[in-house]
Ligand binder design. Sequence first.
Ligand code: 3HC
Length: 296
Amino acid sequence: MTSVKKAAVLGAGLMGHGIAQVSAQVAGYEVSLLDIEQEYVDRGMSLIRESLAKFVTKGALTRADAEKVVSRIHPTTDLKTAVQGSQLVIEAATEDPKLKVHLYKRIDEYLDPGAVLASNTSSISITLLGSATKVPESVVGMHFFNPPQLMPLIEIIRGAKTSDRTVAVAREVAAAMKKETVLCKKDSPGFIVNRILVPALNEATLLVNEGVADPEDIDKAIALGLNWPMGPLRLLDYVGLDTTLNISEVLMAELQDGKYRPSPLLRQMVRAGWLGRKSGKGFYDWGSASSTKPKA
Ligand code: 3HC
């Protein structure tokens, strides 16, 4: 229907690099990977190489195929180069509504007719982002989960003006990436997963704040009692405390219910720069940004 051949991924951070990798590795697209500074793009490319090396080590990919994946990803810091000629643009920029609205206005200048503009936002309104462009019918949410290379789900979110064709393209792209999808029929804050997850993560920080249990025991309780792959505080470190705080603030502002209010501890840790795995420290000490386990 669309035959996406070239995709642009805007943002080479925690999510963007993984989305670019899946686009090139699984869907076989040519991918432009954009960030605002060369050092961010370089870091994204080195995270992609580290991830590909893991697939090679476990025999899921040959070294030659890993090299082909890298050759399909074209790093750039120029928005026009990234967006023009792409049938699909996936935006994975910082979770700041003002910054995203500004970016969408700029993307709109270069977007090819018929191209689909998907946002990986975890909580910002797709309708708001669509309204920053002249083609709100082509704007859709495609919310990936961290790490995109391994997590099997994409939430597809329909904005108020998103067309059926755009939703169909998003489904087609997800299928090419070998991901399962769920459809959020309404553009509601936090969509499905974060509406449930973020209050749970916040509640875990309240338990720490109240001295009810140590982080290790809270995580052990939920990992073993609910069979989560990792407990909520380790997951918070993994997702990023700043990202979680941003989502909490959007939920709180949009849904106007005190149950979404971020805890004082979460705010304080973000102020201190303890953002989790990406900053080396959160509720745990982490070695590198690519490690999935905290240091013992
Ligand atoms: N690329 C490629 N392979 C990777 C990888 C990566 N980035 N990260 C890990 N792997 C591989 C490892 O090599 C390992 O392979 P093996 O089993 O063949 O040895 C395997 O994955 C497992 O890795 P680890 O043993 O290092 O770590 P875990 O067993 O803990 O698994 C995990 C990693 C799959 C990430 C698991 O910890 C997990 O499921 N965690 C929960 C993740 C989660 O809940 N994500 C959602 C967060 S919410 C979100 O993203 C929404 C946002 O909007 C906030």
